[in-house]
Design a protein around this ligand. Structure first.
Ligand SMILES: [Zn+2]
Length: 339
């Protein structure tokens, strides 16, 4: 198991960033991977917390070029911090992993579980899903900053969280059919995190600081569940394959958590689960529950249902079991209101 060793969540905790990373930074230079939007929101606060030791690297995309840029800047530093939503954390995490440096994750939004997981999702790799790196050594989540993130990002985070329901079911199926390793503790942790949104969707959907804190804790816990399992199994099943397929056929449309949320509704029905409960929770947090709301064409959704399992054939899921025809895929999407 590889797990984060320090987690600090609270209102205004960004001011404590210096002390939080000092054990690794040891008074030296600190490389900070961050995008320009995020820098405009937090740079003054971070500079106050770190003094003049922070060396900012502008992350423009979640790709290998940016990973190289961060690595090139980190030769005389003792640690790397990723500050931002998805891309800066993923870029910083993989750069730190490749460079053998400790990594700290400082999310400024809560749109997916990459803020704590040992995985990084980047363009330019040989596959459309995430690669294994190391979990962050520490995660510092300032609820004040995250609660001011665009609402859509927080709704997407709820989508990534509910997706653990179908991911765990797929994991259980793979265990039964293929004898794949299954860890009930990691699975329970992921399911408990999904329940934060399923059971508390009306409250979370108001995105008060308290609700945002629960969402962040849920996302961090699922990343930890992946660390305990030593694989992304508790966090990523058929609904993630559906999302990855849409990444290819409808690039740039919809956020990861939005696509996973829509996928979860349909996979839950296929698995015989309570898909209506998933859909109403997503509606309560203002996440898309239809192809139109997501911004993709109906036929792309049907195609993704038919072909998503081919993205990662070794990952056995409900889509491997049923191999949906066009007719069945269309029926599934229509009957759940997705198209
Ligand atoms: Zn995800």
């Amino acid at each position: 198991m590889e797990l984060p060793t320090k987690v600090l969540i609270g209102d205004g905790v960004l001011s404590q960033l210096g002390e939080f990373i000092e054990e690794s930074a040891r008074g030296g230079k600190i490389v900070i991977a961050s995008g320009s939007n995020v820098q405009s929101r937090v740079r003054d606060k971070v500079d106050d917390a770190l003094g003049d030791r922070g060396f900012w690297v502008d992350v423009t995309a979640a790709d290998l070029e940016n990973v190289e840029k961060v690595i090139a800047s980190s030769s005389d530093s003792h640690c790397i911090i990723g500050i931002g939503g998805g891309k800066s954390v993923d870029v910083g995490k993989l750069a730190a992993f490749r460079k053998g440096l400790p990594f700290y994750s400082v999310p400024t939004s809560a749109s997916h579980d990459g803020i704590s997981s040992p995985f990084a999702s980047l363009k330019g790799l040989d596959r459309p899903y995430s690669v294994k790196a190391k979990p962050p050594l520490g995660i510092l989540a300032d609820v004040d900053i995250i609660s001011k993130a665009p609402r859509r990002l927080l709704s997407a985070g709820c989508g990534d969280l509910v997706s653990k329901l179908t991911a765990v079911k797929d994991w259980q199926l793979a265990h039964r059919v293929n004898g794949e390793y299954y860890g009930s503790y990691a699975a329970s942790l992921a399911l408990m995190s999904a329940d934060v949104v399923i059971e508390g969707s009306r409250r979370i959907g108001k995105f008060t600081k308290e609700g945002v804190r629960d969402l962040v804790e849920g996302l961090i816990s699922t990343g930890v569940a992946a660390g305990i399992a030593g694989s992304s199994r508790p966090c990523s099943g058929s609904e993630h394959l559906f999302s990855h397929y849409l990444d290819i056929v409808a690039p740039g449309v919809g956020l990861h958590g939005e696509k996973c949320g829509l996928g979860t509704i349909m996979m839950a029905k296929l698995q015989g689960g309570d898909w209506r409960l998933v859909r109403s929770a997503l509606k309560n947090v203002q996440a898309p529950t239809t192809a139109t709301e997501l911004g993709v064409e109906d036929d792309k959704v049907v195609e993704a249902l038919m072909r998503a399992s081919s993205i990662r054939p070794e990952r056995y899921t409900i889509l491997s079991r049923y191999k949906l025809s066009k007719k069945r895929a269309t029926e599934l999407a229509e009957s759940t209101g997705a198209i």
